[in-house]
Design a protein around this ligand. Structure first.
Ligand SMILES: [Zn+2]
Length: 351
């Protein structure tokens, strides 16, 4: 956990107020989604592995970043904070990552109150750099992943019923929805495998810096894509290291929080632990451009992050399928439709 002294915040407005633009570049996000497909056990529904579906899931890995290229403030306001989670801000607001609410708007109200009560712990927001009003928030990556998981579960729930009693068009539509949700949510799980998306230190080290870590504002972009491109990281090199996932254990946890939310927070906490090692690696020189093609240390670190994201994503997908019971409301509606369409038995001829 990194704590920033309030006095230092005044000098950090630029780097802190403007959250990092992207996590992995499109190529990195494609790697996460593609490797996640390879990590799905053989009994996962096969339609997602058909070439067109697999390509669509890979393409959709970039979708939430395409939204960010638009200038529409309502979309920026709503969607941009889903890409990151500045872990340290939770403690700054007097909250605890281990107990923060799993319901997004409940968390938002608690965070807003905590932020207001500990305002000195937060940087002053420059309105000129905050037209979309996102600087007030720490980011919502754990929530968007948990909500996407529930949407995916819903998709499998209705697919299971359509496969029993629906039309071919309904089955195809349900499968298309599942592919869309899988692809888009993969972006956010991938974001969280990039440690710089989980920290105040997202665009170079900020605040106290006794270890002399880089304050280079381009560090984030370099890790997102520059280094990966330079060092030639490719999905084909990662696939041999992919292992089939198991479903996650979905039991009520002590705080009563949604089990998937708790699991996602555990994942994010584990990835946040790589923030400082990443800066140490940079300091050692292992992430410099001239090292990218000759040293395997930095390359392996980045590959490990991408692989971790893939394995987590596959486990979430697999769990959604396993946990999805048939949509009983839909089944009732479809049974009524079937019965209404069935002509009643012909009346016996009148004598
Ligand atoms: Zn992103």
């Amino acid at each position: 956990m990194h704590t920033l002294r309030p006095a230092l915040f005044a000098t950090l407005i630029t780097s802190l107020v403007a959250p990092s633009a992207h996590a992995w570049d499109y190529e990195g996000h494609r790697i996460v989604n593609t490797a996640a497909l390879a990590a799905l056990p053989a009994d996962f529904p096969a339609f997602v592995r058909e070439p067109a579906a697999a390509e669509r899931i890979a393409f959709l890995a970039g979708e939430p970043d395409r939204w960010r290229n638009m200038t529409d403030l309502p979309l920026k306001h709503c969607a941009s904070p889903d890409h990151y989670f500045d872990y340290e801000q939770i403690a700054s607001a007097g909250l605890d990552v281990k107990t923060m609410p799993d319901l997004r708007y409940v968390f938002m109200s608690q965070f807003a109150a905590g932020r207001a009560a500990h305002l000195a712990e937060f940087q002053v927001i420059d309105p000129l750099k905050n037209a979309d009003h996102t600087a007030e928030w720490p980011g919502f990556a754990p929530w968007v992943i948990t909500e996407s998981y529930a949407k995916l579960k819903s998709g499998f729930s209705y697919l299971k019923v359509y496969q029993e009693i629906g039309t071919p068009a309904e089955i195809a539509n349900a499968q298309a929805n599942i592919i869309y949700i899988m692809g888009v949510m993969g972006h956010f799980v991938g974001d969280c495998s990039q440690p710089l998306h989980l920290s105040n230190h997202h665009n170079g080290w900020v605040g106290e810096n006794p270890n002399g870590y880089t304050t280079w504002s381009g560090f984030h972009a370099w890790i997102d894509g520059g280094f990966a491109n330079k060092s030639g990281i490719k999905v084909d090199d990662l696939l041999p290291r992919v292992t089939p996932v198991k479903p996650m254990v979905m039991v009520a946890n002590p705080g009563g929080r949604d089990p998937m939310f708790a699991a996602v927070v555990d994942y994010i906490t584990a990835q946040h632990a790589f923030v400082e090692p990443l800066y140490q690696l940079e300091k050692s020189g292992a992430l410099k451009a001239e090292e990218a093609t000759t040293s395997t240390v930095g390359k392996k670190f980045i590959e490990d992050r991408l692989l971790t994201g893939s394995q987590e994503l596959a486990a979430i997908w697999f769990t959604a399928w396993k946990e999805a019971g048939p949509d009983e409301y839909l089944r009732t509606q479809l049974e009524k439709r079937r019965d209404a369409a069935t002509p009643p038995p012909a009346a016996p001829p009148t004598p």
